[in-house]
Write a protein that binds this ligand. Structure first.
Ligand code: GCB
Length: 605
């Protein structure tokens, strides 16, 4: 069990949650002097920037945008006197990629990994009815021991620069909300649910962890506010008569109210929204509530103008409206767990999520997806540093499952993106990661990872770990693009025939396929990068998808254009978006809409 609760901050009768979003003091630590000069007590010459946001795109100087190293945040927080006697926490939605937190100059916690929340217990440090100071030292360097994987180099001018082994910009900072929280001494620490559907009824089994020994009561309330079931104890079953199931694009959410009781007095109260549904893989089918579902949707990014990877509630709303408009039903949180608010919205809108841990770049090359297309094989998991990487990876899996396990939208765990799978050394690494996810998830949701181009039948040594085999394929783009697309088609078919011959009896989905397309380019006949070519490419891939029964999903790369590192491969970012970065449709969006609106949810079921 993690040392801090992963429950989302909420104000209830017994708890308080105060959002600390807004302008924070901010300072880059160019001379690496912050630690020795006591910046943990206060920043000498801060600027002000918004939280949540990535810091990079606010500034006009390139050195700031490309800054790699330590940078510091600071804010005053007023702790109300009424909170005395409670437990007081500061909770960070994320700090990318690692952080140390100080309150009133005292170090209260540190955290590794940039895409999951963590909490510091500051009860014994804060002063009540007075302003207190929180200072955070964040570091955004990339390392081979941490996920996502990359390196940090020093340039001729002495400045450091991040070199990602992955294809998205190294946005960083306090990119999600920060909360100040107060909970009673004895509080609800964790909630875990599992579901069984019995005809018209359902059983919701639950497990509650609290920090004390008092009695627990659980009440399930339906969308009309009526009590649907009650149960007693930290572990039990809620029997729901005539249960409303949570279905794809037709969500139904119950409120699960958990109370710690002392006689008739409520010590703590927390409420979790849940959806009654089951997920299972059977033969080549993905079953939701026992019915086959075909995935239509996207690989996405948290990425937008100005705030970078900062959570943007407006962009989130627009993205869901576009996904509904186009007829999608699912997405993968490529290549890291997203902001918690996005899962809540998916719960509400009935979208299916493949939840991905930030294990990207586990391949011995910079532009790894390019090398893989050429069939190049490189051993990654044989380094001296691999055990440290594995430890960090397993910890992120644990945090992700602890955070996201109760979202009905989360139907699968993606445990790596495009790792090297061609050497024997990969096998024990995969085994540990896949076993861990299985052990931690009470619902035993399907596990998967996205296979890179050279992980093909006969060569890939790790596909057997996947419950759903997920392919990232770029036939017609990195391989045999343009006028050679007919050869690309043949190669794609040949690969699928290879998988078919292996008789794995598992569902396959495409978690990536796509073509870079500049919204400015039209050309008849088509050339690569034109909108016409993106349409032709789609036509080709769809034909292949439709000719294999065991292909049970298509998630195109990418939902929208997104920022990457600059270079000869990218025109101010990756342009494989179906929508522009400003969330307007390219021509292909109308083609996808036509297809997806006409594919039944149980297509090939
Ligand atoms: C991939 C990666 C993704 C890249 C994409 C591309 O295989 O998983 O992060 O952005 O290819 O466009 O090359």
């Amino acid at each position: 069990m993690l040392e801090y609760s992963m429950l989302y901050p909420k104000t209830t009768a017994s708890r308080r949650a105060v959002c600390m979003d807004g302008m924070w003091n901010f300072q880059l630590d160019w001379k690496e002097e912050g630690v020795t000069s006591g910046w943990c007590e206060g920043l000498p010459q801060p600027d002000q920037i918004p939280v949540p946001a990535s810091f990079q795109d606010f500034y006009t100087e390139k050195d700031i945008r490309e800054y790699a190293g330590d940078f510091w945040y600071e804010k005053e927080m007023f702790i109300p006197g009424e909170w005395e006697g409670m437990k007081v926490f500061v909770r960070f939605g994320c700090a990318t990629h690692r952080a140390e937190v100080f309150v009133n100059g005292v170090k209260v916690t540190e955290h590794e990994g940039g895409f999951l929340p963590f909490t510091a217990d500051v009860t014994d440090i804060v002063r009540y009815n007075m302003p207190n100071k929180v200072v955070v030292k964040v570091n955004n360097e990339l390392r081979v021991t941490n996920i996502p994987v990359g390196t940090t180099v020093t340039l001729a001018n002495g400045k450091k620069m991040a070199k990602p082994y992955f294809d998205f910009y190294n946005y960083s900072g306090l990119q999600r909300s920060v909360y100040l929280m107060a909970v009673p001494q004895e509080y609800v620490f964790d909630i875990t649910t599992d579901y069984e559907i019995c005809g018209r009824d359902a059983k919701v089994s639950y497990k509650i962890a609290t920090t004390g020994e008092h009695h627990v009561e659980v009440t399930l309330v339906d969308e009309d506010g009526n009590v649907a079931a009650r149960a007693q104890g930290k572990e039990g079953v809620l029997e729901v008569k005539d249960a409303h199931l949570w279905e794809v694009r037709n969500a139904y959410l119950y409120r699960m109210q958990v109370r710690i009781m002392e006689g008739s007095q409520v010590l703590d109260e927390y409420e979790e929204e849940i959806g009654i549904r089951t997920v299972e893989v059977k033969d080549t089918s993905i079953l939701l509530n026992g019915k086959p579902v075909y995935l239509k949707g996207f690989g996405k990014h948290e990425d937008s103008d100005i705030v970078g990877r900062g959570f943007n509630i407006g962009v989130m709303k627009r993205d869901f409206e576009l996904m509904k408009w186009i007829g999608a039903n699912s997405f993968r949180t490529s290549h890291y767990p997203y902001s918690e608010e996005i899962y809540k919205m998916a719960d509400r809108e009935g979208f299916l999520i493949i939840d991905e841990v930030p294990a990207v770049g586990l391949f011995e090359s910079l532009m790894n997806f390019m090398e893989a297309s050429t069939g190049k094989q490189t051993a990654f998991f044989e380094k001296d540093t691999t055990p440290i990487l594995l430890k960090n990876h397993l910890h992120a899996v644990e945090e992700m499952i602890a955070r996201d396990k109760n979202h009905p939208s989360v139907i699968a765990w993606s445990l790596l993106n495009e790792p090297e799978t061609t050497s024997e050394a990969a096998v024990p690494y995969f085994k540990e990661v896949f076993d861990k996810a299985h052990e931690l998830d009470v619902q035993k949701r399907p596990r998967t990872f996205a296979l890179v181009m050279n992980s093909v039948p006969g060569v890939c040594k790790c596909h057997q770990f996947s419950d759903i085999v997920a392919l990232n394929r770029y036939y017609g783009w990195y391989v045999k693009g343009g006028h050679e697309i007919c050869d690309a088609r043949e190669m794609m078919i040949q690969e699928m025939e290879g998988w078919k011959a292996m008789n794995l009896n598992k569902p396959f989905i495409f978690t990536e396929y796509g073509a870079d397309t500049l919204v400015s380019e039209h050309k008849l006949p088509s050339v690569m990068w034109s909108q016409e070519y993106q349409n032709e490419y789609l036509q080709m891939t769809n034909e292949v998808f439709d000719s294999f029964d065991f292909i049970k999903g298509e998630q195109i790369w990418n939902f929208a254009d997104f920022q990457t590192t600059e270079g000869i491969m990218r025109v101010n970012g990756n342009k494989k978006g179906i929508f522009t970065r400003q969330r307007q449709p390219k021509d292909i969006a109308y083609k996808l809409k036509e297809r997806w609106e006409n594919l039944p949810v149980d297509y090939k079921g």
